[in-house]
Design a protein around this ligand. Structure first.
Ligand code: PEP
Length: 257
């Protein structure tokens, strides 16, 4: 299965000029890797998810990576001040949408019902949907049940036929932006558990074929550790994706260069 690396720029950088510069640097990194023609770089899919206002211009720069959005709204039009619809994103060349990121579940108080609406709407418009799930605290809660609940509620009523367009990012909240990371053995168990839940929701084929990524304080030094875990199909990278050198290291890990 192809590996997927998603760069989530979050609320960065501050200006369009800085976003264009970053996109150019990342493209240079990707060009460098593919010009070496080594390893399995062709099997890796790179996705860059800048903030909404930079999508169009960043999209114009990207050649070796696809454009992603950090969120999407469930309605197509109407009285929803500040919202951004799937059709608007599609018209900018966006192919991937991240949905249910823990930061949005937190500061924007996104509910599973809203996330479900976003998934429905984005899938119906042909996007790849990257659903983020993950527990807050491994010790204080039944973290497996927590993740299962998120998957069941967020995918409620989503037809099986869309499973080819679904990607899961397992992102334990305690690992996001903290420098803490999950142990390989724990990641393996969680990925297997997620696949069992996907089996219940979408059936056997989808449980094997839906890519499951890891996210949480990934950097150039540790990327390999997560990519080597059985059943992990890629990475969702936040902070380190804003640093072209770090990103180069991560892309090298996935490309086998
Ligand atoms: C993220 O943005 O989803 C993320 C995992 O961030 P970071 O890599 O900075 O922990």
């Amino acid at each position: 299965m192809r590996k997927i690396i998603i760069a989530n720029w979050k609320l960065n950088p501050a200006t369009l000029a800085a976003a264009q510069l970053l996109a150019r640097r990342i493209e240079k990194v990707l060009a460098l890797i593919s010009s070496k023609r080594l390893g399995r770089s062709k099997k890796a899919e790179m996705v860059i998810a800048p903030p909404f206002p930079f999508l169009l211009e960043v999209g114009r720069i990207l050649r070796r990576s696809s454009l992603g959005a950090q969120d999407v709204f469930w309605e197509e039009k109407g009285a929803y001040t500040g919202a951004v619809s799937p059709l608007m994103l599609r018209s900018l060349g966006v192919r991937y949408v991240i949905v249910g990121h823990s930061e949005r579940r937190d500061f924007a108080h996104e509910t599973d019902a809203e996330i479900n609406g976003k998934i429905r709407s984005a899938l119906a418009k042909g996007f790849f949907v990257v659903l983020c799930v993950g527990e807050k605290d491994r010790k204080k809660e039944n973290f497996e049940r927590f993740v299962k609940q998120e998957l069941l509620l967020d995918f409620q009523g989503i037809p099986k036929k869309y499973s080819k367009k679904i990607i899961i990012a397992y992102e334990p909240i305690w690992a996001i932006g903290t420098g803490k990371t999950v142990r390989s053995s724990d990641l393996y168990e969680m990925v297997m558990y997620i696949r069992r839940v996907l089996f219940d929701i979408f059936g056997k084929k989808a449980a094997h074929s839906i890519p499951v990524l890891y996210g949480g304080s990934v950097n150039a030094k540790n990327a390999n550790i997560f990519l080597e875990v059985d059943g992990v199909n890629g990475l969702l990278v936040g902070g380190a994706s804003l640093d072209p050198e770090e990103f180069l290291g991560i892309v090298k890990s996935v490309s086998g260069v």
